[in-house]
Every structure is written in structure tokens, then in C-alpha cells.
Design a protein around this ligand. Structure first.
Ligand SMILES: *Cc1c(COP(=O)(O)O)cnc(C)c1O
Length: 358
């Protein structure tokens, strides 16, 4: 095997198409209306970049943001973002006071969180969304704990420490049947809370999946995540089939071309950048609009078969993208690697620079 060209500077990049993001958010906002869109920007906006995605999402019609943790909300506030935000993942070191004083609304699933809010001594009432677990068993008061949580919140509300704004839950999205049971449980939990004296301005339950396929779960807002990024929340359809456009295009430079017995090219991207090695047997990328079978995935590079075609160092390979230039979509990689599209985009390492178009 001869190496015909020297190694070029390996710079993979994730190109983020903000026009695609705006298209998806605006199309889904229309579908969900009159329910509003709370855009989920957790995990650095699923790897797409927190601030640019938040701004584009708001421009396209999202009226609030789901930020997961208070620090992400503070970052957005400091950047001048003024829309309502919801943070619901709290720990023993969470700075509730900073969150409350930055008008970040808080998802509350346990009594200790109310105690911490009361102890925080913020200069205004915390606006809270009481979360009930309807079967996902992840972050939310169980149906047994729920009445106690509501009562504690009502007490703090009468003292001016909190303002109860919403009741909410999260669906497992495992099956329509499960989600329907969870929906009924959610309605029951809301009734229980109302009997105890709570009133809710807002109810919310659905994420992308139920937002699209279960209109009765939309309530006042849909917490829209993965579909906004152009990736289907369903196994049986792609984002494109739902009218969505993938937002991330992952590119890598050709860094070496080998033209010995077998002809292949080395790309400057590998598993340290988030490429799943499990996908190796079926994976392909595109160079020059043509599919190239992946031969090996190493830490910082991968090898692809180039057949008899001319490929030069410095050419750009598309690892995944919208699927319009011979490249696979992120969901295809997810199939190959037995994971979900969310993990493909969110898993692109932070060392891969993001650039923005549209
Ligand atoms: C991530 C998340 C969402 C968005 O989910 P998608 O399936 O990506 O749309 C909504 N709500 C909560 C609580 C979440 O953690």
C-alpha cells in the first residue's frame, strides 16, 4: 500500500443548518397549535449548540425553552434570552436562588426540592411545575407521593415562597397503549391536585413523539426535542417522512489516499469524535456524492473504500447529513449502531467544531 499524499490537518466539523431548525420548529408549531412549543435544548441542544439553537427556535415560534439544569438557563439569560425557561434536573449543589432570581421556572418532583427553595431565600416566589411520574419511573413524584408534594407546595404558595404554575409528566413513548395509560394517570393526578386546592395555568405532557401522534396529549404545550432537530422519534418513519429536515451535517476531511491493491481513503474523524464503532459492518459515508463503504473506525480516523474513483486529500466526506448527497442520515447510522438518532447527534464530541449556516 502506498500513501500518495501526506496527512492534512484533520478538521471534522458539524455544520448546523439553522434554516432547517426553523423549518422544523415552525412546521411542528403549526401542527401542535393551539398548543405551544417549549423547545428542548438540553445536552447543548442535542449537540447542536445551546445559544444558536435557542435563538433560532424562538424566531421560529417556540415560546419557551426546556433547559434541563439551572446553569444552562443562566447561560441563556446572560446571553439576553428572555423567554420562559424550565429546569427540572436538580442536585444537592443546585443554586436555586440564582435560578429563581433569573426567572427560571423549576420542575419539582420531590419534597426536598421545595425545602431547598424555601431555604434559598430568593427575592421572589419560585415559579414551579409540579411533576408526577406516570410510569416512566424517572424524575417525578410517584402517585403515592403526589398528594403530599402538592400539599407542601400549596403551603409554600400561601407563604409566598412559590407560585404553582403547572402540572406535568413525561411519557415513556414505548407504545401508544402505555402512553394512553400514562395520559389517564396524568389526568387523574391533576384532578387529585385540584381537589387539594391547586389550580394550574398550564398542563404539559407530550414530547416529540406524543406531540406528533397523540393530539390529546398536547395540552397547553409540547416539550419538543428530537423532532426539532430533524430526527424522527419513531422507529417506523424517518424525519424526512414526517416533513422534517435534519439540522446537523457531520463532515470530515480526507487526510490520506491509499492506492495499492485496495484503494481507500482515510478520514479525519473517529470514535473519539463520536462515531460508533458498532456500526462498522454496514456503515457508509459519502465522498463526491457517492457512497463509500466504511472499512475501519479508529480513535481519530476512519478508513473508507474508494473503489476505482479518484479521491483527493482535502476532499470532504459527509458522515451523515440530510441525505441529499449520497450520505446516510443520522438515523441510518443509529440503525447500524443499534442506537437512536438522538445519540448520534448528541454524541458528536465537543472537540468537533460546530459551524452555522442558514
Ligand atoms: C428530553 C426531554 C424532552 C424532549 O424529548 P424528545 O423526545 O427529544 O422530544 C421533553 N421533556 C423532557 C422532560 C425531556 O427530558
Amino acid at each position: 500500500m502506498t500513501i500518495t499524499d501526506a496527512i492534512a490537518e484533520p478538521v471534522p466539523q458539524a455544520v448546523i443548518d439553522l434554516a432547517a431548525l426553523r423549518h422544523n420548529v415552525s412546521a411542528l408549531a403549526k401542527l401542535f397549535a393551539p398548543s405551544e412549543v417549549m423547545l428542548a435544548v438540553k445536552a447543548d441542544a442535542y449537540g447542536h449548540g445551546l445559544l444558536p439553537i435557542a435563538l433560532a427556535g424562538i424566531e421560529a415560534g417556540a415560546t419557551s425553552l426546556a433547559v434541563l439544569e439551572i446553569p444552562a438557563g443562566l447561560l441563556l439569560r446572560h446571553a439576553g434570552v428572555t423567554v420562559p425557561m424550565l429546569a427540572w434536573l436538580h442536585g444537592s449543589k443546585t443554586d436555586f436562588r440564582a435560578g429563581i432570581e433569573a426567572d427560571i421556572e423549576l420542575g419539582i418532583s420531590a419534597r426536598w426540592q421545595l425545602d431547598a427553595i424555601a431555604a434559598a431565600g430568593a427575592d421572589r416566589p419560585a415559579v414551579i411545575h409540579l411533576k408526577v411520574d406516570t410510569g416512566l419511573s424517572r424524575n417525578g413524584a410517584t402517585l403515592e407521593e403526589w398528594p403530599g408534594l402538592v400539599q407542601s407546595a400549596l403551603e409554600l404558595q400561601s407563604q409566598g415562597v412559590v407560585h404553582i404554575r403547572a402540572a406535568w409528566s413525561h411519557l415513556a413513548d414505548a407504545s401508544i397503549q402505555d402512553d394512553e395509560i400514562a395520559l389517564a394517570e396524568f389526568r387523574r393526578a391533576v384532578l387529585v391536585a385540584e381537589k387539594l386546592g391547586a389550580t394550574f395555568e398550564v398542563l404539559h405532557l407530550a414530547a416529540s413523539s406524543a406531540g406528533i401522534r397523540m393530539p390529546e396529549a398536547r395540552f397547553d404545550l409540547v416539550r419538543l426535542g428530537i423532532a426539532a432537530y430533524g430526527i424522527s422519534p419513531f422507529d417506523d418513519s424517518t424525519g424526512a417522512e414526517l416533513g422534517l429536515v435534519p439540522v446537523m451535517r457531520l463532515e470530515a476531511p480526507v487526510t490520506e489516499v491509499h492506492v495499492g491493491g485496495s484503494r481507500n481513503a482515510r478520514l479525519g474523524i473517529g470514535y473519539a469524535d463520536g462515531i460508533p464503532t458498532l456500526g462498522i459492518a454496514k456503515a457508509h459515508v459519502a465522498i463526491g456524492g457517492i457512497r463509500r463503504q466504511v472499512i475501519a473506525i479508529e480513535a481519530d480516523s476512519m478508513l473508507v473504500d474508494i473503489g476505482t474513483d479518484r479521491v483527493d486529500v482535502g476532499d470532504t466526506a459527509i458522515v451523515f447529513g440530510p441525505g441529499v448527497n449520497g450520505e446516510p442520515i443520522a438515523e441510518k447510522w443509529a440503525d447500524w449502531a443499534e442506537t437512536i438518532g438522538d445519540e448520534m447527534v448528541t454524541g458528536v464530541a465537543s472537540r468537533v467544531p460546530r459551524s452555522y449556516i442558514g
